[in-house]
Design a protein around this ligand. Structure first.
Ligand SMILES: [Zn+2]
Length: 381
């Protein structure tokens, strides 16, 4: 098996601002930890340096007037009617180079897509991607350009069937919206319920429209959901859905903001539940484009994506984090000394409630959504 890790230190040239939750340094920390564990020296691994996407790639999904606004905002100050495109102080700040940043993060996703689609290898990981909230003509939820959509569109154009699985704490609304009416792409999002978390969508009855009916799947989890309920729900529906859909490529958004100590969300996972889900993905995703996503505790992000990369490469990691990594990482706010052991959430008292709610959601998906996919995949071409 051959895998690709896509990265560049150039990411560090960009900054959402000192008080913004999305800290670009988390990418560097992840890269450093992966490197310190020797996970870029494996014979099966190719390191790919990120190259910017071309402007025409972005135009395959985003509107020309929105892209013009982003190009203007690249200078770092507000211009014209940027507010009406979701830009401005708050979630989607205007910072110097934001358009170049978007070209880079999207470029890395396209490099991952090409690597897998052209058969150079089976798995590629872009930790800077997974910006799943961006809409066709609007920035949203820290996302300016929707790299998962642009990557998936490229795969679809070459005739591939794509299953997109999103385990970020926030609903993958931008990706769902882009493919809501097609049966070429199956989108599955597991997230904290829209009743308590941005963007307020992703309920189980959002199942797609027209040709796409049955090809959007949502598992909204109550706040407080822990490893056990989350990974159980994943195992109950995701492998079966993917098996019924028979994708050529699986694209995943691997947000780490589901953890109990993430500052923005209310789920209650630990790195162990995350690992369980990753191992399942590896089982059913022989060709896999993996993208990053949310994650606002930088120590969680570095650990979880390092572990994810180890799972992708079939390597078991030493529980003690390498000293060479810790020496530098503590200076930029990294906490803890172990890979998994010191990241244990307190017991959640909402678990029983989550279990009951998710049993209802799973019954709905098995009764309503799954038969649609199964029925269609059995019909003659
Ligand atoms: Zn998120």
């Amino acid at each position: 098996m051959t895998t690709a890790f896509i990265y560049t230190d150039t990411y560090l040239d960009y900054d959402y601002g000192p008080t913004h939750p999305l800290q670009v340094i988390r990418l560097k920390l992840t890269y450093d930890l992966i490197k310190a564990y020797g996970l870029l020296d494996l014979p099966s691994v190719q390191f790919v340096s990120t190259v910017k996407a071309e402007e025409k790639d972005l135009a395959s999904y985003h509107s020309e007037e929105y892209l013009n606004i982003l190009r203007q905002a690249d200078k770092g100050h507000l211009s014209g009617n940027a507010f009406s495109y979701g830009l401005g102080p708050g979630d989607n700040p205007i910072f110097r180079g934001l358009y170049s940043w978007s070209l880079l993060t999207t470029g890395a996703t396209l490099q991952a897509v090409d690597f897998v689609a052209e058969g150079k290898g089976e798995i590629a990981f872009n930790i800077a991607g997974g910006l799943h909230h961006a809409m066709r003509a609007r920035a949203s939820g820290f996302c300016y350009i929707n790299d998962p959509v642009i990557g998936i569109m490229k795969l679809v154009k070459s005739g591939k069937r794509v299953a997109y699985i999103d385990i970020d704490a926030h609903h993958g609304d931008g990706v769902q919206k882009a493919f809501y009416e097609t049966n070429q792409v199956l989108t599955i999002s597991l997230h904290e319920t829209g009743y308590t978390l941005f963007p307020g969508t992703g309920f189980e009855h959002e199942i797609g429209k027209g040709e796409g009916e049955g090809y959007s799947v949502n598992l909204p989890f109550p706040p407080g959901t822990d490893d056990e309920v989350f990974s159980w729900a994943f195992e109950e529906v995701v492998p079966e859905l993917v098996q019924a859909f028979k994708p050529d490529v699986v694209v995943t958004q691997l947000g780490v903001d589901t953890f109990y100590n993430d500052p923005l969300t209310n789920l209650h996972l630990s790195i162990s539940g995350y690992e369980r889900v990753l191992r399942k993905m590896k089982d059913f995703a022989p060709r896999w484009v993996a993208l990053g996503g949310g994650g606002y505790n930088i120590s969680n992000v570095a650990r979880a994506w390092t572990l994810a990369w180890a799972v992708m490469n079939g390597v078991e990691l030493n529980e003690k984090l390498p000293e060479s990594f810790l020496k530098e990482a503590v200076k930029i706010g990294f906490e803890g000394r172990d890979l998994k052991g010191d990241l244990r959430p307190p017991l959640s008292n909402q678990n029983k409630e989550s279990q009951i709610e998710m049993e209802r959601v799973i019954r709905y998906i098995k009764g309503t959504v799954l038969p649609k996919i199964k029925g269609k995949s059995c019909s003659p071409p």
